[in-house]
Design a protein around this ligand. Structure first.
Ligand code: PLZ
Length: 444
């Protein structure tokens, strides 16, 4: 397999004829509820480029939603996963265990914040990890209530839909939802009514007040938060918010869970985003970037909490599949070797000033935010009212797609364009992607 040239190339319209043919087959057979950002069918991908079946090469600012942090088919991922495929594909860790699972848990213990004794359990998807974090927190605390936040996203299963804030498209019509879930305000600096400076202190006071008065701290098993909120719109909680919630949790015997499924594994310029304010979560959920594109997820945390469940209480047929574990060891090896946290910081240093310059020029950009390789612009109709501009956001995304730049829309109001390039992307491609974005801004 030859490496894909790291250059954008458009040889047909987007989508091209082969993609259109496949799209017709897809519409006939794939359930309509499963959407896609771009109707181009992938043929191969690597580095910062995704090649479609028509031979078009797109610049990848999506990484399959923050998954291929080490690039697609990264050498160490392919090497280790292929070797594992040839040895055995599955035994079920609950039937006969294997080393790869243990080795991934060792890596998680080493890499996640805090120097306390840690243990992990492995699963298949982010949602499954979050579900299990709730199970573990409940059995440990013998309490039921779970606190989540405005704009939070935690998955599409029944419990994680309940934990997720946004109705459309995630929840609408899919209820009833799991009980004992409570939602409180998050410190969203750009939209905080009294201004970004007051946001951290005021929002944490409000959240803690609501928890205390409406639920009762003594009933709360877990507080679950994304240290940078992903699907909610790449919201970085204002300084002080996360530490205040973590301290409140500690004082009240509540398990503090950092959902780092999108923000973790080097994405924000640190191994985990909660390190930014020195937070040491009791439990941390990971997935996406952990395994270079193979399905793997984990709950990692304080050994005494992780051990609260009875033997056999946690598991699943495929959880910690050996091929996915081998891929994870390859992905982690790559992250260490290439120092991907530093690479993420480098990406931020290129993106942020250029986006700030675009913000100067185009009123539609209300806010530029994010860290490392998790950067976004929030689009508004009016900078004073901050009325969200979802139509302009959709148009901007479409214009980028047509020019061969894969970008994703996010946010509760559908007005945030997010950039999640593979952290191995070259500077040239990164800048070319930003050129395309700038031209697209001029056109909407
Ligand atoms: N927690 C913080 O970002 C997945 C969702 C894409 P799964 N985010 C992408 C979509 O529209 O389904 C996510 C996340 C955070 C949990 C999850 C869920 O992870 O692997 O998709 O189950």
């Amino acid at each position: 397999m030859t490496a894909i040239p790291q250059e954008r190339r458009l040889v047909t319209a987007i989508p091209g004829p082969k993609s259109q043919e496949l799209q017709a087959r897809r519409i006939a057979t794939v359930a309509g509820g499963v959407g896609s950002t771009m109707p181009v069918f992938a043929a191969r991908a690597g580095g910062g480029v995704l090649e479609d079946v028509d031979g078009n090469r797109l610049i990848d600012f999506g990484s399959g939603i923050a998954v291929t942090t080490v690039g697609n088919s990264a050498e160490a991922v392919v090497r280790r996963a292929s070797a594992q495929l040839a040895d055995f594909t599955h035994t079920c860790f609950m039937v006969t265990p294997y080393e790869g699972y243990v080795a991934v848990c060792e890596q998680l213990a080493e890499l996640t914040p805090g120097d306390h004794a840690k243990k992990s359990a492995l699963f298949n998807s982010g949602a499954e990890a979050v579900e299990n974090a709730v199970k573990i927190a409940r059995i440990h605390t013998k309490r039921q209530a779970v606190v989540v936040f405005d704009h939070g996203y935690h998955g599409r299963t029944n419990l994680t839909m309940a934990l997720t804030s946004k109705n459309m498209p995630y929840k609408n019509g899919f209820g009833p939802f799991a009980p004992e879930i409570y939602r409180v305000p998050v410190a969203y600096p750009y939209r905080w009514p009294t201004g970004a400076e007051n946001c951290g202190a005021e929002a944490s006071a409000q959240a803690i007040d609501q928890i205390s008065k409406q639920i009762g701290a003594e009933n709360v098993a877990a507080i679950i938060i994304e240290p940078v909120l992903g699907e909610g719109g790449f919201i970085e909680p204002a300084k002080g918010f996360l530490p205040a919630l973590a301290a409140f949790a500690k004082d009240n015997g509540i398990v503090f869970v950092a959902d780092e499924i999108q923000s973790g594994f080097c994405r924000t310029g640190q191994w985990f985003a909660c390190e930014n304010e020195g937070i040491v979560p009791d439990l941390i959920t990971t997935a996406k970037g952990i395994a270079g594109g193979l399905p793997l997820a984990a709950v990692t945390g304080r050994a005494e909490i992780m051990d609260a469940a009875h033997s056999g209480g946690l598991g699943g047929t495929y959880g910690g599949n050996p091929v996915a574990c081998a891929a994870a060891l390859g992905a982690i090896e790559t992250m260490k070797e290439l120092d991907l946290p530093a690479k993420a910081v480098h990406i931020e240093q290129i993106m942020k000033p250029r986006l700030a310059a675009m913000q100067e020029k185009y009123d539609v950009i209300g806010d530029v935010r994010g860290r490392g390789g998790m950067i976004a612009i929030e689009l508004v109709k009016d900078r004073t009212t901050k009325e969200p501009a979802p139509e302009a956001t959709a148009a901007l995304a479409k214009a980028c797609h047509t020019e061969g730049l894969l970008v994703l829309v996010t946010g509760t109001y559908g007005n945030v364009l997010r950039f999640l390039p593979p952290l191995v992307i070259g500077d040239d491609l990164l800048n070319e992607g930003l050129d395309i974005l700038e031209q697209a801004l001029a056109g909407i």
